[in-house]
Design a protein around this ligand. Sequence first.
Ligand code: AP5
Ligand code: MG
Ligand code: ZN
Length: 214
Amino acid sequence: MLGIILLGPPGAGKGTQAKKISDEFAIPQISTGDMLREAVNNGTEMGKKAKSFMDQGGLVPDEVVIGIVKDRLQAKDCDKGFILDGFPRTIPQAQALDRVTNDLKKEIRVVLSLEVDEKELMERLCGRRTCAGCKAMYHVTFNPPKAEGKCDKCGTALMQRDDDKEETIKARLVNYKKMTEPLLQYYKGTGKIRSVMATGDIGRIYANIANILR
Ligand code: AP5
Ligand code: MG
Ligand code: ZN
């Protein structure tokens, strides 16, 4: 059972690295951000509620995200492991995850803490583009697609996320510091935390992660 938590500020590369881990280790990426954005796009009740928090760069209430993750972890494809990308994000979420994994007889083996200089985060998020089709991630300067505005893998048009505006990014970074950074301390006590320098070449960062996981 390879249960992994990816911890790190907005723009640290959680999504980028989660996709690589998922491909090689054949375990699903569970991104609460992606799931919430899907609910917003589908106009569900939950999506409508979540949208106002997300647009402000705030966190969606704990009970909502805890419910989503609890359901998702029970799916068959999580039997061999899973990558939590963007969850937990608060101490109550971490405590709830402890209870849920215990109940479902699943185990978090490692917490990877992605470390990036704060000034680089803004640049990464302002230039991020995502494929509306297959969700592949790009950056206009750091990881550009071969043809401008088009996905290399499926040819679909690339989009910019609604919350990747300077003001909203600032709020996300403030909330990260206040609500999520304390989790580093929470997990230090478990001996499961490993820090990963997450600046520089994406492939090299992944190679370090894969080494830890192997
Ligand atoms: P979420 O979608 O999780 O956003 P986030 O945490 O702000 O993180 P990002 O997805 O922006 O960054 P990332 O670390 O995945 O980086 P990426 O790989 O894309 O959450 C969105 C919102 O949903 C939250 O604000 C909140 O409202 C809500 N939410 C979600 N989960 C919640 C929870 N548990 N509780 C409550 N609310 C929740 O990379 C970023 C860019 O950098 C890309 O363009 C990429 O190409 C580039 N890049 C990646 N690596 C490198 C590198 N090494 N060098 C240069 N560029 C790089
Ligand atoms: Mg992400
Ligand atoms: Zn695509």
